[in-house]
Ligand binder design. Sequence first.
Ligand SMILES: C[S@@+](CC[C@H](N)C(=O)[O-])C[C@H]1O[C@@H](n2cnc3c(N)ncnc32)[C@H](O)[C@@H]1O
Length: 218
Amino acid sequence: MITPKEIEVYCEAHSSPSPAIFSALDSETRSHAPGAWHMQVGSLEGRFLSLFARGIGAVRVLEFGTFTGCSTLHVALSLPENGKITTLDRDPAALSIAKKFWEQAGVTHKVESLLGDATASSERLEKEIRSGTRPHFDFAFIDADKRAYPAYFERALACVKKGGWILVDNVLWSGRVLNPRDPSDHALHRFNELRKSDQRVEQVILPIRDGVMLCLVL
Ligand SMILES: C[S@@+](CC[C@H](N)C(=O)[O-])C[C@H]1O[C@@H](n2cnc3c(N)ncnc32)[C@H](O)[C@@H]1O
């Protein structure tokens, strides 16, 4: 989180509220993963993702990093009835919580969840797209293993249509990209540097929560 807590609270209080189910999902996630519940995108970024999906008229969405399903649910709720979010994660325990809440929210038919390593799963998706058995995605949201961001990004580029979007979470890494020390700090800083000169996209970093990079695929 890079914005002051009071600013985050103010923004949440002056944004359209998230449906009540998110409080129950948050409580269950906190008891399931007391040291990792903060990995959820949370209310403000969740609202951003759902409005973004609605704003671009997204029908097909690819997500790297499901966890207990918070961001997936925000997006799924704003997809049309024929829409689908394909979400990748390797954690079966977190996924079983996610599935319970997708069911409760009535969006199970809008979610395709692939359990396993996200690099391998996305490689399969890319092959299906190349062979014409699966359509391109309208946007991708990257929020899994930070050191694998360059690989996820290349995969997302291959899977998202031209004129589509790639959103990348945590690109400010609690501000540690300013003075990188450990391998994750360096990985994110390097990722941001690479995108700056990447002619395949046009991008902007927004200081929402932990930093969200918004890339238009050219
Ligand atoms: C930050 S959390 C995702 C949070 C989620 N977007 C939300 O809003 O709740 C990151 C997730 O990436 C998953 N992950 C990390 N490395 C992975 C890998 N190599 N393959 C698949 N999933 C991975 C973790 O299991 C974790 O659930």
